[in-house]
Design a protein around this ligand. Structure first.
Ligand code: ARG
Length: 480
């Protein structure tokens, strides 16, 4: 939603903002107003701000500060403001600085009782509350998107469960793996990301309202009632409220934790993107991405570029930078609230927007990607991938692994020297490296049998990979 600016906002400074009435003879200078406004980005907190204000108003009525009539006036006023914002017809004014004052000023214009809403509340605990609610809401959305990307990886793997590719270390061919096994590695990473977000949500889920500007309030607020109403409860339904008013208004750890979890997700996405970019090259040719998820070149007519993956890889830089910005933002702040904290929002919003769009686009791209079994099979057929199996063959015949490794190394060198694949050497040639090689050594190069032998928990063999695919399909099935 684009922010609608009023014409009045252009002459910011002319009219005094709510927070300045009384103490100040003039409004802020035009430059100061433009420098310090946050409405251009914090309008995004409007839902959370209104939700918080409603809970606060109900509580003020419970403790006798608002009459039932005043409370209802406020609640109706806030509801009508919410529907105006939703419709895009709310007039945000930058001279009112931020989302909190825009909504409160408009409320008071519509309902005089609105002037009582800010009783025992400061924008300091208000913004801390809004941010916690926003992070909490965002974490549920991110979790859904992480889950969907996991699902798209499982779907792609399950479409070709038998396709093998080389597994790489140092980007050198190592040992054969099921393509699905490689994809499931990312499913595991994303699962840890989900756990980290969930963990961050637990600490974000504590209500700071009632902390006031920094020192609470002299009025008998029902902090726990507000917390309960806003869903700040633990797994047993007990209200969670911050236990120190100074910490309550100055803490942004939950923003850092969200951003740190997001940064690691971005790193995972970037690694997946890099694999996709490699797989889509002519050199690998393991996958084909549908046209709609690629772009062309303005000069080279043959090009089909994996831009979604490249941009995902590139955008991870912003997310990592945002985390660093937040840490630096906080590190020198004295207690308690300092205006510096306003700088947390754009970093947080950008991180969440970026990671969420990468998650969505990568999932969609994978759903429009096909595995190319022929190129994968050609690469996986490289008998050198089974050199380790050859060493294991000798181990089974009683040869110590170090000696077996050495002997197979000699066989590999011999093959290389004579320009033949590993499985084309004669038994005599192999026996020159170790007399424990016998006729049955040929069976080592049966790729299918080799994969059947790789069935430990977490191994890339066919039976185990199918089991893992089933496990994830079940775990990621849409909740009934
Ligand atoms: N826009 C401000 C922020 O994001 C809200 C809190 C302002 N508090 C204050 N004491 N000026 O941090």
């Amino acid at each position: 939603m684009a922010m609608k600016r009023s014409s009045a906002s252009r002459k910011a400074g002319a009219s005094a903002a709510v927070s300045r009435s009384g103490r100040f003879a003039s409004g802020p200078s035009h430059d100061v107003a433009a420098f310090s406004e946050s409405i251009s980005f914090d309008w995004r907190l409007w839902r959370q701000d209104i939700r918080g204000s409603m809970a606060h108003a109900r509580m003020l009525a419970r403790i006798g500060i608002l009459t039932a009539k005043e409370r209802d006036e406020i609640l109706h006023g806030l509801e009508s403001i919410a529907s105006d914002i939703e419709r895009g017809s709310f007039d945000w004014k930058s001279e009112l600085e931020d989302v909190h004052m825009n909504i409160e000023a408009e409320l008071t214009r519509r309902a005089p009782a609105g002037a009582k809403l800010h009783t025992a509340r400061s924008r300091n605990d208000q913004v801390a509350l809004d941010m916690r609610l926003w992070v909490r809401d965002e974490i549920s959305a991110v979790d859904e998107e992480l889950r969907d990307l996991q699902r798209s990886l499982v779907e792609l793997g399950a479409r070709e469960p038998e396709v093998l590719i080389p597994g790489y270390t140092h980007l050198q061919r190592g040992q054969p793996v099921a393509f699905a096994h490689h994809l499931l590695a990312y499913v595991e990473m994303l699962e840890r990301d989900r756990q980290r977000f969930r963990d961050a949500a637990r600490r974000a889920n504590v209500c700071p309202l009632g902390s006031g500007a920094l020192a609470g309030s002299t009025l008998p607020l029902d902090r726990e009632g507000v917390a309960r109403e806003l869903g700040f409860v633990d797994e047993r339904g007990r209200p969670q409220v911050t236990q120190n008013s100074m910490d309550g208004v100055s803490d942004r750890d939950f923003v850092v934790e969200f951003s740190a979890a997001a940064a690691l997700t971005a790193v995972h996405l970037s690694r997946l993107a890099e694999d996709v970019v490699l797989w889509a090259t002519a050199e690998f040719g393991f996958i084909r991405i549908a046209d709609a998820y690629t772009t062309g070149s303005s000069l080279m007519p043959q090009k089909k570029n994996p831009d979604v993956a490249e941009l995902t890889r590139g955008k991870s830089g912003r997310v990592l930078g945002n985390l660093m910005s937040l840490l630096v933002l906080l590190k020198g702040l004295p207690m308690t609230y300092n205006r510096d904290l306003q700088e947390d929002k754009e970093r947080l919003f950008d991180t969440s927007d970026t990671v969420r769009s990468c998650l969505r686009l990568m999932a969609a791209m994978l759903r429009h990607t096909t595995i190319v079994p022929s190129t994968c099979a050609r690469a996986a057929a490289d008998p050198a991938l089974l050199a380790t199996d050859l060493a294991d063959y000798l181990v089974r015949k009683g040869v110590p692994f170090r000696l077996a490794h050495h002997a197979v190394g000699a066989v590999v060198a011999l093959a290389e020297l004579s320009g033949r694949p590993l499985n084309q050497l004669s038994l005599e040639e192999m026996r020159s490296a170790s007399d424990r090689f016998e006729k049955d050594v040929a069976e080592v190069f049966d790729l299918k049998a080799a994969m059947q032998r790789r069935n430990l928990i977490g191994a890339p063999g066919s039976t185990e990979v199918r089991r893992q695919l089933r496990r994830w399909e079940k775990a990621l099935a849409p909740k009934a």
